[in-house]
Ligand binder design. Structure first.
Ligand code: IPM
Ligand code: MG
Length: 360
């Protein structure tokens, strides 16, 4: 039996997670997986109900599960809280840290049917298939922060630090992933300016000795931002720091047509976490408009990495592709000839393919 902690969170989290659970249940029955789902509070809802964005019992639940499926957190209701108590920061960051999830994988592959949904030209985006391996428990997100009074106002400090150990383990993840893909790693840093980036580059270069079959290139982050838009097909695996990875993955999501298509897996500890890369989208919450595919595809990653069910993962990915081929999509995917459907119908259509039932 495998236990899955389910944390829908806020906003559209409540709509997209049930679609992914539906799909997971179908796969589980097909592959004889005995899955148990247990829900927990996280984010703004947890602040309202328990007074804390990441309640102790939620953390316990996660630690005692085989995998965590998370929706999204945050919303206008909690935007006026002091920055360190806001749901995004006060739940996601400690959850990642507590579970030791140092490796965040975000997959950007463009389904051919969505070429028209991208804001970029077809000849640029067609064939895009890359993975960003983002360091997730270090760097400027977790370095010492403080404020102090100085003449004329205040000084605010964030510290960007990386150790050899932290760089080595994430680089190893990137090389391993590249060895199962097209064998290329682009390590992204700002080594012309930052000391931590110089250590990053030296360490990645040294580790590369163990992965001679992989092609390694280094790229400055500003150049990478440009290259992602200029020629995304040059990338296979992008290896980068916490903050650069945060920024570059939002940018890269548009290569897939919509940020609503970007799944993620956070690995490295005993229990892995799966969540869409997008946020809680309060503007469309509760209206059955959200795109559930990033969450459904995150569930596929859960099957792949936590439950060792590669076939089930592939089946979900194929079902998503079939629904898109049929010309159905949520509003964010709208393009000529596409039929716009709601979140629930999108989930049903994927599920029907898995059940072998006809979609009408
Ligand atoms: C992400 C998000 C988070 C991050 C925020 C909400 C703290 O943007 O997962 O990309 O910066 O890591
Ligand atoms: Mg982000």
């Amino acid at each position: 039996m495998a236990k899955i902690a389910v944390l829908p969170g806020d906003g559209i989290g409540k709509e997209i997670v049930p679609q992914a659970i539906k799909v997971l249940k179908t796969v589980a029955s097909k592959y004889d997986l005995n899955l148990e789902f247990e829900e927990g509070y996280i984010g703004g809802e947890a602040i309202d109900k328990v007074g804390k964005a990441l309640p102790d019992e939620t953390l316990e639940l996660c630690k005692n599960s085989d995998a965590v499926l998370l929706g999204a957190v945050g919303g206008p209701k909690w935007d006026n809280l002091p920055a360190t108590q806001r749901p995004e920061v006060a739940s996601l960051l400690p959850l990642r840290k507590e579970l030791g999830l140092y490796a965040n994988l975000r997959v950007c592959s463009l389904y051919p049917e969505l070429v028209g949904a991208s804001t970029l030209k077809e000849e640029v985006v067609k064939g895009t298939d890359l993975v960003v391996v983002r360091e997730l428990t270090g760097g400027i997100y977790f370095g010492k922060k403080y404020r102090e009074k100085v003449e004329g106002g205040e000084k605010a400090v964030d510290t960007l630090e990386y150790t050899t150990f932290e760089i080595e383990r994430i680089a190893r993840t990137a090389f391993e992933i590249a060895s199962k893909r097209r064998g290329k790693v682009t390590s992204v840093d700002k080594a012309n300016v930052l000391e931590s980036s110089r250590l990053w580059r030296e360490t990645v270069t040294r580790l590369h000795e163990d992965y001679k079959d992989i092609t390694l290139e280094h790229m400055y982050v500003d150049n990478c931002a440009m290259q992602l838009i200029r020629e995304p097909k040059q990338f296979d695996v992008i290896l980068t720091t916490n903050m650069f990875g945060d920024i570059l993955t939002d940018q890269a999501s548009m290569l897939t047509g919509s940020i609503g298509m970007l799944p993620s897996a956070s690995l490295g500890g005993e229990v892995a976490l799966y969540e869409p890369a997008h946020g809680s989208a309060p503007d469309i919450a509760g209206q059955d408009k959200a795109n559930p595919l990033a969450t459904i595809l995150s569930a596929a990653m859960l099957l792949r990495y936590s439950l060792n069910c590669e076939e089930g993962a592939k089946e979900i990915e194929k079902a998503v592709s079939q629904v898109l081929k049929d010309g159905y999509g949520t509003g964010d995917l709208a393009q000529e000839g596409f039929k716009v459907v709601g979140c629930q119908e999108m989930g049903d259509r994927v599920n029907n393919y898995l059940l072998g039932e006809e979609n009408v």
